[in-house]
Ligand binder design. Structure first.
Ligand SMILES: [Zn+2]
Length: 102
């Protein structure tokens, strides 16, 4: 009977140790992710130079002053595609208007 109680305590202690180690591992992983993020934020993925934020057609892009690469944040590519479509339609409408067409 006593032995059964010790086994329960040992299992509980093992489970608590497992939870403690998992928390430590998760915290270390989060710290490592933050370090990497700080190290790479606004740096060119090709050459490592510090990126410059530019505004183009009302949208912000990141340009590398060294290799001239242009980088877009999440969703910006789709914004540019939508903007290009609008301009294309606008241009087409203007062109049709020029010839009296609709
Ligand atoms: Zn670069």
């Amino acid at each position: 009977m006593v032995r059964h109680g010790n086994e329960k305590e040992e299992n509980w202690a093992k489970e608590q140790e497992k939870i403690r180690l998992e928390k430590i591992a998760a915290r270390k992983k989060a710290e490592e992710r933050e370090k990497l993020k700080a190290l790479h934020f606004m740096h060119c993925p090709k050459c490592g130079a510090t990126l410059t934020a530019l505004t183009l057609e009302g949208l912000e892009i990141d340009e590398c002053p060294d290799c001239k690469g242009v980088w877009l944040d999440a969703g910006e590519f789709h914004q540019y595609v939508a903007l290009a479509d609008e301009k294309k339609q606008s241009f087409t409408k203007q062109l049709f208007g020029l010839f009296g067409l609709k």
